[in-house]
Design a protein around this ligand. Structure first.
Ligand SMILES: [Fe+2]
Ligand SMILES: [Fe+2]
Length: 136
């Protein structure tokens, strides 16, 4: 499986959101590298936890913007965020307990999720912000 590359197609048109998405891609690649280098369970867990924390922060920032600008699709978008966080927490718990280790398919799931969410819900939100003249 290849490393994930940031591409212009992923831009939603809001500076802060786009920067945070780029960072998310970087963290996913860090996870990829840790796996590829055969790092131990603890090392991989550290990156996973960092990914979760960064994602929580990013979702909060997006959700705060939704509230500030009275985004009509906020409830559905927030529910999707909560669902991903729950899944990542489960992944970490399984990893910690040794029940399941991080595999290429898990990483693929995370990458697919991120791309699908950015291209779908986040772009729709970006378009909404743009319609209000908010791009940074
Ligand atoms: Fe996002
Ligand atoms: Fe989002």
């Amino acid at each position: 499986m290849a490393y994930m590359h940031w591409r212009a197609e992923l831009e939603v048109g809001h500076g802060q959101i786009d920067r945070e998405h780029q960072s998310l891609v970087e963290v996913l690649n860090r996870l990829h590298a840790a796996m590829k280098q055969g790092k131990g369970r603890e090392e991989i867990e550290k990156v996973l936890v960092f990914l979760k924390d960064y994602t929580v922060g990013h979702f909060r920032a997006e959700e705060a913007l939704m509230m500030t600008h009275a985004y009509p699709e906020a409830a559905a978008h927030i529910a999707i965020h909560a669902d991903l966080i729950r899944q990542v927490k489960d992944l970490i718990a399984d990893h910690q307990s040794g029940k399941a280790l991080l595999t290429a398919s898990v990483l693929e799931f995370l990458e697919d999720w991120l791309v699908k969410h950015i291209m779908g819900e986040d772009k729709a939100f970006g378009a909404f912000l743009k319609s209000k003249g908010i791009t940074a």
